[in-house]
Write a protein that binds this ligand. Structure first.
Ligand code: ADE
Length: 240
């Protein structure tokens, strides 16, 4: 996969892809990440990329011609172009999976107080990473890069993300490592005993318990299996 990030602040993102799993994935050629400075597509001799809003008001607006030229110079038929904006569709794990199947992503970071509405007509999708406003789309683009790259073949072991929170519609079960006891807090004995069938059942039950207690709305969106219904009934009894 190729990811191209159109930004006015490439340095904001460089550190993120140059560390840990993302760096390894890029080194292994699992994916390629390129930062494109949109300032290079300004025709203005001072490289201005924004202007005052028509109709008046505070702040500057990112100009549509600069973004259009940056997209035209970097996109082809295989590119899936996404605008980062708080008005976009709310980002979720299932969108990360959907994006991980694309050949090329172009992430367009808005900045300053806003962007020209016509930019919306150049893109295939608009994504928001949450109901809050960032100073620009760079952090949102970083979130997309991170969550998509880890799902690519050979970035990390498949088992490492198969049980992730949200990947099966539930929050992930609790995990422990050594020491078996720390400051009086112990590891559940079932995990130490090595019975894989019991461990599997324990994990499913605890996954359901966490989801029920923290994010009950996720259970409503999911078709529960017979076993899950039974375990959930037990959990509700235990909580009485
Ligand atoms: N740009 C500014 N805020 C944003 C958000 N919440 N999500 C995506 N892009 C943004």
């Amino acid at each position: 996969m190729r990811i191209k990030i159109l930004t006015l602040f490439p340095k904001m993102l460089e550190g993120i892809v140059n560390e840990s799993i993302l760096k390894r994935a890029i080194d292994k050629k699992v994916c390629q990440v390129e930062f494109i400075d949109m300032r290079g597509y300004s025709l203005d001799k001072h490289h201005h990329v924004d202007d005052t809003p028509y109709g008046g008001g505070a702040g500057m607006v990112l100009a549509c011609d600069v973004v259009d030229r940056a997209i035209l110079a970097n996109a082809d038929a295989a590119s899936y172009k996404i605008l980062m904006t708080p008005q976009g569709r709310p980002y979720q794990q299932k969108i990360a999976k959907e994006l991980s199947l694309k050949e090329e992503l172009i992430l367009i970071c808005g900045h300053y107080e806003g962007f020209d509405e016509r930019i919306r007509s150049y893109v295939d999708d608009e994504i928001s990473i949450g109901d809050y406003v960032l100073t620009g789309g760079e952090l949102a683009a970083a979130v997309i890069c991170d969550s998509v790259i880890r799902l690519l073949d050979h970035a990390i072991k498949k088992e490492s993300y198969e049980d992730d929170s949200f990947s099966n519609g539930l929050l992930e079960y609790p995990q422990y490592t050594r020491p078996a006891e720390y400051k009086g807090m112990t590891v559940p004995p079932v995990l130490v005993n090595g019975n894989h069938k019991l461990i599997k059942e324990y994990r499913l039950k605890e996954s359901l318990r966490k989801t029920f207690l923290r994010r009950p709305e996720l259970l409503k969106e999911r078709n529960l299996t017979e076993e899950e219904v039974k375990l959930l009934k037990e959990i509700k009894e235990e909580l009485k």
